[in-house]
Every structure is written in structure tokens, then in C-alpha cells.
Design a protein around this ligand. Structure first.
Ligand code: COA
Length: 155
């Protein structure tokens, strides 16, 4: 089915969306962001986007920008909708936002154990450039973050 047939669209996140976003976030992450973090992200003027399917919020992604670079702070798809390419569409969209805003690259961190996300980033042209030891909280102590970057070609 085409994106149009699926009723798929990207919308900028609003304060009023945070309740649903938080529900998706809690379902998807072992250590979800709080409502306050989402409010701060919106107030700071970050690129905060939602992926809608048939008018339902299916995923969200947040990109911060500064000094000509960008950082993917969060990307999340409601588990009910995972494994159907929505994460990839969200990632492509957020990279396009970085390009529109003239960023030369997108950085991100990913848990060393998060193979699904890692493979998705690799498919989309991200390369591993480093590791942050014990970056994430975990049930059994800290977990390392892998640092990835995608260089962007600006015309
Ligand atoms: C990471 C995340 C955003 C990916 O979202 P997603 O919608 O599941 O991603 P996609 O569907 O694009 O790709 C995931 C897998 O589904 C497969 N897939 C995509 N479309 C498919 C389809 N139509 N049929 C079958 N499989 C499909 C992809 O090949 C991929 O497989 P792989 O894991 O073997 O590489 C999602 O898993 C998530 O929200 N995880 C929790 C939060 C998180 O970890 N965020 C990243 C933090 S760094």
C-alpha cells in the first residue's frame, strides 16, 4: 500500500500530543523519557516530529541542531506498529529536516544491545565513530552507547 493509502503523514509535535507520545514511549523503552523532557524539547525549538497513520500517532523523533550539526535525541515507534518500515520512514524524514536546516551531519547514540535500531541506522548510511562507556542506565548496571554519524551532502 502507498503512504497515501495508509493515511501516513508527518506532523510537528504539539504540547497537546505529549500524553499519547508518552504512552508510546513507555511501551517502547525500558527507560522512557518523562513528560518534562518532551516539554523542554518543544520549548527549546528542536525539530519534534510525529509519524501519523490514519490519524493515529505511531511514532516520534526529535532532532536538536546547533553550530551546523544535528543530533538525533529520540526515535520511537509504538511496538504495535514496529517491523513495518515506519521507523525507517521516520528516520528518513528527520534526516531530511537536518538537510533542510543546512546541517552537515546527524549524530546519534544507540545502546550496544539495540540491534534493530543499529541495523536501521546502518541501512540509512550511518557509520559508527565511537563508544561511550556506561552511557545508559540499565537493570544490571550501565550499558555502553555506540556513537554513529551520517554525513550530509548539502547542495
Ligand atoms: C528502533 C525503532 C524506532 C525501529 O522502528 P521500526 O518501525 O520497527 O523499524 P522498521 O520497521 O523500519 O525496521 C525494523 C525491522 O523491520 C523490518 N521491516 C521493515 N519493514 C518490514 C516489512 N514490511 N515486513 C517485514 N519486516 C519489515 C526491517 O527490515 C527491520 O528488520 P531488522 O531488525 O532485521 O533490520 C523501534 O524498534 C523502536 O521504537 N524501538 C524502541 C525505541 C528505540 O530503541 N529507539 C532507538 C533508540 S537509539
Amino acid at each position: 500500500m502507498s503512504n497515501e493509502e495508509l493515511g501516513l503523514q508527518f506532523l510537528p509535535m504539539q504540547d497537546t500530543d505529549i500524553d499519547v507520545i508518552i504512552k508510546n514511549e513507555r511501551r517502547a523503552y525500558s527507560h522512557p523519557w518523562t513528560e518534562g523532557i518532551f516539554r523542554d524539547c518543544l520549548a527549546s525549538g528542536n525539530e519534534c516530529w510525529m509519524l501519523m497513520v490514519a490519524q493515529r500517532i505511531v511514532g516520534h523523533a526529535i532532532l536538536s541542531m546547533g553550530a551546523g550539526e544535528s543530533h538525533l535525541l529520540n526515535i520511537c515507534v509504538n511496538p504495535e506498529f514496529q517491523g513495518q518500515g515506519f521507523g525507517e520512514q521516520l528516520l528518513v524524514h528527520i534526516v531530511e529536516r537536518a538537510i533542510v536546516n543546512r546541517c552537515s551531519c546527524v549524530f546519534l547514540e544507540v545502546r550496544a544491545s539495540n540491534l534493530t535500531a543499529y541495523k536501521l541506522y546502518e541501512r540509512q548510511g550511518f557509520n559508527e565513530i565511537g563508544i561511550r562507556k556506561n552511557y545508559y542506565p540499565g537493570h544490571m548496571g550501565g550499558e555502553d552507547a555506540l556513537v554513529l554519524v551520517k554525513e550530509l551532502i548539502l547542495e
